[in-house]
Design a protein. Structure first.
Length: 468
């Protein structure tokens, strides 16, 4: 099994930390708003696909502000979710894994599963938190060497039920947990089917639970395997098993995205994972490494985000169940020259939120680029409430200022320092876009060095059009 850097660093950090929780020394610090005209700061800019700035006063009035707050805890591969009560849950991980909760993104409380005074999830090989939007149940699941440790809460994190063997099959990596309505199977004591998918080097596989996560059974054949090839051809290529996070539609259809042999593919199952249909969503190249992102709205419209070979973020959508797809649109902020770890969520039809790392100061041809330590990377959020329009308007804002980047040096295409393999974004029940970042540019990094810790942060797009 290929061991990822996040595995090694997390194990070492956990063993050193023991039973101690060490909040970040930068707790409470926030990225201050930039001055007017600062290209980095909270004021979002309106633009079309491709980055053309729109200077309409009406659009400027509708533009949201990007607001960022440090959680006060370390984070790697940060994920988050929101309950109907407005509580935001965040997977904080560094010296130790914790689930933290907030109402406003500024003040955070630890609500981790505990046995007495001990954190049940003290050490993790990959942190992950997920909120079931239908049932309001909060899940936290962490990889172990042998399996996965999962806990869930039905009372906003006050109490938890723990399953120490929540994997369906031992030795797995790069997990995603998600849920949705059943198609034909009877569920037990829980309304939805819970799906757990993972990478096992050559293939992408999934399991499912009909009782909310207590027991697991495998789905059908692997979702992706080494023989999958261009346009459905059975080619003997090993494209790896890494995939993005899955989602389930209102009708129970399961979607799992993957960059497969530098092509953007989507696996679709209409029978709870028993069989899979494979669809290439665009003729463009999807660069190797980054996980693409998929989302589906209440009307069954499917959305897909990936990084093209120009290392810029693109979005495409299907309004007929995946049969046909729109021309991909580059939604990155004006002036963006490269992006990393782009991810997406959807609210109402055509109302989408995206989050990604990006830079505007990488020069030279992509295949010959050298990455000096002076290159700085920022956190970006982009939203639109009219993606289906002929010429949709996007609003993009930096979550940090130009003097306080989130990373420095080589970021992407696959990893970005302490963020490692992914970040997260959600559209909350309030119609506001929330995003989870890992800030690996603190302390000495701000003054020009590469390293400097990794604090967890949460960004919001405040004001502007609702995404519900």
């Amino acid at each position: 099994m290929r061991v990822r850097q996040s595995f090694v660093s997390a194990v070492i950090a956990g063993l050193i930390a023991g039973a101690l929780l060490l909040p970040s020394p930068y707790a409470g610090a926030s990225h201050a708003p930039g001055p007017k005209g600062d290209p980095s700061g909270p004021n979002a800019v309106a633009h079309n696909a491709g980055g053309k700035v729109l200077k309409s006063a009406k659009l400027a009035h509708r533009a949201p502000d990007a607001v960022y707050n440090d959680t006060g805890f370390d984070a790697v591969e940060p994920s988050l979710g929101m309950t109907k009560q407005g509580n935001v849950f965040y997977a904080a991980s560094g010296t130790r894994n914790e689930v933290i909760r907030s109402k406003d993104g500024e003040r955070w409380d630890v609500v981790s599963p505990r046995l007495g005074d001990q954190n049940i999830h003290a050490i993790t090989l990959d942190p992950y938190v997920y909120v079931d939007e239908w049932t309001n149940r909060v899940y936290t699941i962490d990889l172990t060497v042998a399996c996965s440790l999962m806990s869930y809460s039905d009372d906003q994190g006050e109490t938890w039920t723990t399953n120490p063997l929540a994997c369906g099959r031992p030795v797995n990596d790069h997990q995603t947990l998600f849920s949705g309505p059943p198609v034909s199977s009877p569920t037990v004591a829980y309304d939805n089917i819970v799906y757990y998918c993972w990478n096992d080097v050559a293939t992408s596989s999934c399991g499912k639970s009909l009782n909310g996560g207590l027991t697991w059974t495998p789905t059908g054949s692997p979702v992706f395997h080494a023989g999958d090839g261009t346009e459905g051809q059975d080619l003997p290529r090993d494209c790896g098993g890494l995939h993005g996070h899955g989602v389930v539609g209102q009708d129970g259809t399961v979607y799992l995205p993957k960059e497969h042999c530098t092509e953007p593919w989507l696996a679709i199952s209409r029978d709870e994972g028993q069989t899979w249909e494979h669809v290439r969503v665009a003729n463009k190249v999807a660069i190797w490494g980054p996980d693409p992102s998929v989302a589906v709205d209440d009307k069954g419209n499917i959305y897909y985000t990936f990084l093209h070979k120009d290392r810029l973020p693109y979005i495409t959508y299907s309004r007929d169940g995946g049969k046909t797809w729109s021309e991909p649109l580059m939604f990155g902020r004006p002036g963006l020259t490269e992006a990393a770890l782009a991810t997406m969520d959807v609210g109402g039809p055509g109302k989408v939120a995206m989050a990604y790392y990006g830079t505007d100061d990488v020069d030279g041809k992509i295949d010959k680029r050298k990455y000096p330590t002076k290159v700085v990377w920022h956190g970006y959020m982009t939203t639109t409430d009219d993606l289906f329009a002929k010429d949709p308007v996007f609003y993009s804002g930096n979550v940090n200022t130009s003097k306080d980047p989130l990373a420095r040096g080589a970021c992407g295409p696959r990893r970005c320092y302490e963020a490692y393999d992914f970040i997260d974004v959600i559209v909350g029940f309030d119609g506001v876009a929330w995003a989870a970042f890992a800030d690996s540019c603190v302390a000495i990094c701000i003054n020009g060095e590469t390293l400097g810790g990794h604090t967890g942060g949460v960004a919001r797009m405040v004001g502007g059009p609702s995404l519900k």
